[in-house]
Structures are given as structure tokens and as C-alpha cells.
Design a protein around this ligand. Structure first.
Ligand SMILES: *[C@@H]1O[C@H](CO)[C@@H](O)[C@H](O)[C@H]1NC(C)=O
Ligand SMILES: *[C@@H]1O[C@H](CO)[C@@H](O)[C@H](O)[C@H]1NC(C)=O
Ligand SMILES: *[C@@H]1O[C@H](CO)[C@@H](O)[C@H](O)[C@H]1NC(C)=O
Ligand SMILES: *[C@@H]1O[C@H](CO)[C@@H](O)[C@H](O)[C@H]1NC(C)=O
Ligand SMILES: *[C@@H]1O[C@H](CO)[C@@H](O)[C@H](O)[C@H]1NC(C)=O
Ligand SMILES: *[C@@H]1O[C@H](CO)[C@@H](O)[C@H](O)[C@H]1NC(C)=O
Ligand SMILES: *[C@@H]1O[C@H](CO)[C@@H](O)[C@H](O)[C@H]1NC(C)=O
Ligand SMILES: *[C@@H]1O[C@H](CO)[C@@H](O)[C@H](O)[C@H]1NC(C)=O
Ligand SMILES: *[C@@H]1O[C@H](CO)[C@@H](O)[C@H](O)[C@H]1NC(C)=O
Length: 553
């Protein structure tokens, strides 16, 4: 058992040593989203709270599989090994704990009282122990906050005081809820005032204009953030609560907030940040653009379109650098369910980590979980993967390292650093795009694994001709051609449509990336403008990744 009096003292000390984090402190972070029940199994150190824990975790059964706040601690080395320095965990507050027509609240989103923690996942002490451990490792904690609605099984008379008292202990007056109506998703007023769920399991919409509700929730969040030393909040159902409410709530919280504004419109989603309702939103429009650009055999995939989307993000959000960039989440298809090709998925990940914003990796993305076109299939237990150090895990580690080093080094190109510069397309075709962002150029394409006898030319990289470049992903060297041009060949067997992140050899050295490769001389012969990998040394799809891990860590 981890929790001891000594731990409590450590907690008390840490409460004073770590400050709540703001948007500026979050923007260089890399977030990992996890469902507490599914991320890590019970262990000797982290005993199960749910009895019995199923032999195998079948997501379709929609019941608890045994993960807890303490079991998360068992896998923090695994997360840090991938360069993750913040976790967003599913809601921690009390849920309805009965069987429903949609089975059980294993996901934690059926909160019926935010004044209590969810005993399925642990005690107050357990949550404190987790957060203390995170802070010891200089990792941030982001808690998912679900306050929009209260589930009820009393569908017909749900708004009587008696049935409200049976449903929850917070909101027992019918005035604390909006009148019943089902949401019409095409109507934003309806999204804010009507109810989630259906007749089988109505989710009563909390009246967030009621003064008592407002003051109760505002003091709740202030106390909660302070008591547990929370670094950030993810606001569930962001678009289902009017913005005015969020303004007061996020101010009371006093830490970084990012909202779930599940909507494809740049203008609409960015308004939540631009109006000051919350610091950030999860980038649903960019998620759509990435999915479209890097889907398998993409009918509509068009890199020019993707370039437009990157520009839209920059021009729509007041602060694009804190928008959450994700490929998948607990409500949508696993990226690998829609894109089986690992090279396309690699391109999508380079986009996720290199464009403006905070990368948000949904648990299992690093293990290529593909089963899941949506809920509940996309919520499988992670433990059957054995938390392997596989290709995708290593690619994420690599991308986190590149991003972190670019940010902390402050290296500049033409006076602009990676963090300050805006991704600018410097070459684009329907299949390829190259962006300049501070000291790097990153290139993406929608070609996939098979090699193609074709190439992608960038006329002017901004670097002089005969500049030695390193691809920070593979540690291969390239030389710019006339006028600083670069040509990426897709003809190399085993390479096909890989993405690239170029920096000058000098900058790569300053970043401490690919240093070993340089030292041992795994360099390309001067290859003029033809940006072919130096030697056909690695065969097979994962050749570049193998080289990467051999030379970097
Ligand atoms: C994963 O494997 C690579 C290659 O063997 C190694 O360099 C790296 O340290 C490993 N990562 C972890 C977290 O063990
Ligand atoms: C609720 O009302 C509907 C129709 O008015 C009825 O069919 C249903 O059985 C009622 N449900 C409960 C739980 O009383
Ligand atoms: C939108 O929803 C609100 C709340 O239910 C309703 O009052 C309004 O009439 C709806 N507007 C339209 C155009 O349907
Ligand atoms: C690609 O997208 C751009 C920008 O949206 C558009 O102008 C162009 O027509 C598209 N190309 C094709 C082949 O669809
Ligand atoms: C996608 O997920 C569904 C289940 O949700 C599964 O049946 C299907 O096999 C998956 N597809 C891939 C390519 O993994
Ligand atoms: C990035 O783009 C934004 C919005 O278009 C602009 O305000 C800002 O000055 C740009 N930054 C740089 C370094 O060019
Ligand atoms: C590749 O394409 C070029 C011109 O497009 C052609 O001359 C050459 O023969 C092709 N090579 C192969 C191996 O097909
Ligand atoms: C790149 O250079 C080639 C050859 O000089 C020229 O045909 C092409 O238009 C240039 N492309 C761009 C985008 O400048
Ligand atoms: C490669 O380039 C370097 C520096 O540009 C030059 O000194 C060297 O002679 C070149 N080597 C060959 C084989 O061309």
C-alpha cells in the first residue's frame, strides 16, 4: 500500500512547491489522455477497487475492468519513456453506480455529484498520491470535469424533488435543471438547454444560469483545484453549456482549461477561446482535416486542403499554440481503424506533433490499437499490449524529443523560433506538403507505404545551396541543391511516403539529436539536390524507425 503518513507529509510539502499551471506553462507540454478504468491493471501496489475484476476486459461488456488512480502510477515510467509530461484522466467524481440500459459507468462520465470522488477508482488519498507522484516527476495532471448533466433512470417524473434527491445530492430543486427536451444538434440553443441521452437514460441538463448553481459550481472548482493541486482541466461537453457560465467557472478554477467543443467549424470552436470563455479547446476541426488528409486510399485527400486547414487554425484561434491536437479519442474511431497504413499514420502523427498546438495522445495510439470505429470499441484495456516499446511508441518518443528540444533550445531561423513561428507552406502538391517553422522544415504526404517512382521538389528551402541537413526522424543526411532546393524521392524501396523533419546539421547538433549518427559517420555522401536516403542500408517499412532508435537514445 503506497499511502502512508510519510506520503501525506510529502503531499503537504508538494502542495507548496508546485503552482497551478497556466496556458503558457501548458503549451510546451505533451498530453496523454487516458481512461482510468482501462489504462493500467490492478497490481500489488495498486489493489483493485472493483470486485471482481474480469478475467479479460471486453469493451463491449461496458463494465469496470479494474484500473485505478494508484494503478496509473505503475505505468508512469512507460509514459515518461515516451516523452509524455502531462496526463488527462477521465472524470474522478462520483457516478451513478447501477446497471443502466447502456450498462455501467466505467468511463466515469455519468457524474451525479461533484462533491464526492468516484470510489471505483480510489480514495481521496489515492488521488493525492497519484498527483504527488506526477509532480515529483515534473508531470502535470489534467482532470476531466463533467458538470453539464446528471443521469437519471426516473425518466417520467425526473424533475420532481423526490426523484432528484434519489438521483443526486447536489441538485434537489427542479429549478436547478432546464426543462426536458432532447437535443437537436443542428441548433446551438438546443445544445445548451436540452438534454443529452434518451428515454432509456436521460441526462438532465443542469441550469447553469441559476445563481445558486453558478455559485456552487464556482466554489466547487476553486476548492477542488486547490485541494488536489490540479494543473489543468478538460471541460466535458463544452459546447453544451453557455459561454457566460464558462467565463466565471474557468476564472474560479484559476488553472489552464481546455474544452470539448465537438464541432467541425473553425469559427465556432475558436470562439470559445477568443471570447475568453476558456484558455483552449480540443482541435476538432484539425482532427477532421488530419483524418481527411491521411486516410487510407484517400478519395478526397488533398495536401493543398491540409495546408489551408493549418492556415485556418493559425488565423482562427487567438492562441493556436494551446489548442489540443489529437488523432483519436474516447468518442471517435481509432485513427488506425480508418488508416491501416503505418506510413500514413506516421505522417498524421508528425502533423499532430509539429503543427501549432499541444499534442494529445489518446492511450493506445502508441500501441496502434485499431479495433474501434467508436465507443465502446475504442476503449479497450491497454494491458493486453504489454506496454511494448514498439515502433509507434518510439516514434512518439522521438517526436516528443524533437518538439521539446526545439522549444527549449529556442533555436531560430531568420529570427524566428519553432514556438514563435507559424507553420508556412513552402511547397505543396495534391500529394505532398512542406512547412517551414522556425529552424525546421517538415514534409508530409499522403502516398503511403509502397515506393513510387516520383519525387517532391521544394524550390527554395531558405537555406543556401550545399547546406548539410539532417532528417531528425531518421538521422539521414541530405544536401541542398541549387538555390537551396530539396527534392524528396519516394522511389527508395522500404521508404515510400515517409515524413521528414529537416534541420541543418549544425542545428541538429545543437538540439542534441542525431549526434551519435554524425559521430559514427552514418552520413549521406554529398547527394546534390537529390534527397535520397544515404544508402539503401535499411530494408523494410520500418527501416527508418530502426535507424532512428539505434542512433538517438
Ligand atoms: C525503446 O527501445 C529503444 C530501442 O531499443 C531504446 O533505445 C529505448 O530506450 C527504449 N525505450 C524505453 C522506454 O525503454
Ligand atoms: C414513462 O412514460 C411512458 C409513456 O408515457 C411509459 O410508456 C413508460 O412505461 C414510463 N416509464 C416509467 C419508468 O414509468
Ligand atoms: C432551438 O432550440 C431552442 C431550445 O429548444 C428552441 O426554443 C428554438 O425554437 C430552436 N430553434 C429552432 C430554429 O429550431
Ligand atoms: C485541393 O484543395 C485545394 C484547396 O482547398 C483546391 O483548390 C483544389 O482544387 C483541390 N484539388 C483537388 C484535385 O481536389
Ligand atoms: C475497426 O473497428 C471495428 C470495431 O469497432 C472492427 O470490427 C474492425 O475490424 C476494425 N478495423 C480495423 C482495420 O482494425
Ligand atoms: C503568426 O500568425 C498570427 C496570426 O495570423 C500573427 O498574428 C503572428 O504575428 C504570426 N507570427 C509570426 C511570428 O509570424
Ligand atoms: C522513373 O520515372 C522516370 C521518368 O518519370 C523514368 O525515366 C524511369 O525509367 C522510371 N524508373 C523506373 C524504375 O520505373
Ligand atoms: C520551381 O522551379 C521550377 C523549375 O524552375 C518551376 O517550373 C516551378 O514553377 C517552381 N515552383 C514554384 C512553386 O515556384
Ligand atoms: C562533400 O562536400 C564537402 C563540403 O561541401 C566537400 O568538402 C567534399 O569534397 C564533398 N565530397 C565529395 C565526395 O564530393
Amino acid at each position: 500500500m503506497r499511502f502512508t503518513a510519510a506520503a501525506l507529509l510529502a503531499v503537504a510539502a508538494s502542495l507548496h512547491s508546485v503552482n497551478a499551471a497556466n496556458a503558457d506553462e501548458w503549451r510546451s507540454r505533451s498530453i496523454y489522455q487516458l481512461l482510468t478504468d482501462r489504462f493500467a491493471p490492478p497490481s500489488a501496489d495498486a489493489p483493485a477497487r472493483t470486485n471482481p475484476v474480469p478475467e479479460t476486459c471486453d469493451p463491449v461488456a461496458q463494465t469496470w475492468c479494474g484500473g485505478t488512480w494508484l494503478s496509473i502510477i505503475d505505468k508512469l515510467d512507460y509514459l515518461q519513456g515516451m516523452g509524455i509530461d502531462a496526463i488527462w484522466i477521465s472524470p474522478v467524481h462520483q457516478n451513478i453506480d447501477v446497471h443502466t440500459p447502456y450498462n455501467y459507468a466505467y468511463h466515469g462520465y455519468w457524474v451525479n455529484d461533484v462533491t464526492k470522488l468516484n470510489a471505483r477508482f480510489g480514495s481521496e488519498e489515492d488521488l493525492v498520491t497519484l498527483i504527488t507522484e506526477l509532480h515529483k516527476r515534473n508531470m502535470y495532471i489534467m482532470i476531466d470535469i463533467a458538470i453539464n448533466s446528471i443521469p437519471t433512470l426516473n425518466q417520467n417524473d425526473s424533475l420532481s424533488s423526490e426523484s432528484l434527491a434519489a438521483d443526486n445530492s447536489m441538485w434537489t430543486d427542479p429549478a436547478y435543471f432546464h426543462k426536458q427536451c432532447w437535443i437537436d444538434y443542428s441548433n446551438q440553443t438546443s445544445c445548451e438547454y436540452c438534454w443529452f441521452g434518451d428515454a432509456n437514460l436521460p441526462l438532465m441538463d443542469v441550469n447553469t444560469e441559476n445563481p445558486y448553481v453558478i455559485s456552487t459550481l464556482n466554489s466547487f472548482i476553486k476548492d477542488f483545484v486547490t485541494k488536489y493541486n490540479i494543473d489543468g482541466l478538460r471541460l466535458d461537453a463544452g459546447k453544451h453549456i453557455p459561454g457566460q457560465f464558462w467565463s466565471g467557472f474557468t476564472q474560479s478554477a484559476g488553472v489552464f482549461t481546455t474544452g470539448e467543443v465537438y464541432d467541425g467549424s473553425w469559427q465556432f470552436t475558436s470562439s470559445y477561446q477568443n471570447q475568453g470563455w476558456m484558455d483552449s479547446v480540443l482541435g476538432f476541426p484539425m482532427n477532421g482535416a488530419i483524418s481527411k488528409a491521411f486516410s487510407i486510399k484517400p478519395k478526397n485527400s488533398n495536401m493543398t486542403d491540409f495546408g489551408v486547414a493549418v492556415g485556418q487554425a493559425l488565423s482562427s484561434y487567438n492562441n493556436p499554440r494551446v489548442i489540443g491536437n489529437f488523432l483519436e479519442n474516447h468518442d471517435m474511431a481509432r485513427f488506425r481503424n480508418i488508416t491501416a497504413d503505418p506510413v500514413l499514420a506516421y505522417n498524421a502523427m508528425v502533423a499532430q506533433f509539429m503543427i501549432e498546438g499541444i499534442p494529445v495522445t489518446y492511450y493506445g495510439q502508441e500501441q496502434d490499437l485499431a479495433n474501434g470505429h467508436d465507443d465502446p470499441y475504442n476503449r479497450a484495456a491497454l494491458w493486453p499490449t504489454n506496454y511494448e516499446n514498439g515502433t509507434t511508441y518510439q516514434r512518439i518518443a522521438r517526436l516528443n524529443l524533437i518538439r521539446k528540444q526545439l522549444i527549449t533550445s529556442g533555436l531560430q531561423f531568420n529570427g524566428k523560433s519553432y514556438m514563435d513561428d507559424n507553420s508556412t507552406a513552402i511547397g505543396v502538391t495534391q500529394n505532398d506538403i512542406a512547412f517551414r517553422k522556425g529552424p525546421i522544415i517538415y514534409t508530409l504526404n499522403n502516398r503511403g507505404s509502397p515506393e513510387e517512382n516520383t519525387s517532391f521538389g521544394i524550390n527554395a528551402t531558405g537555406w543556401p545551396s550545399q547546406t548539410a541537413l539532417i532528417d531528425l526522424l531518421s538521422c539521414q543526411q541530405y544536401i541542398t541543391g541549387a538555390g537551396g532546393s530539396l527534392s524528396i524521392s519516394y522511389a527508395q524501396p522500404g521508404y515510400g511516403g515517409l515524413p521528414y523533419i529537416f534541420a541543418t546539421a549544425g542545428d541538429a547538433k545543437a538540439l542534441g539529436i542525431c549526434v551519435k549518427a554524425t559521430q559514427v559517420g552514418v552520413l549521406a555522401p554529398n547527394s546534390t539536390s537529390a534527397a535520397l536516403p544515404s544508402s539503401p542500408m535499411s530494408v523494410g517499412l520500418m527501416g527508418a524507425a530502426a535507424l532512428l532508435t539505434a542512433s538517438l537514445f
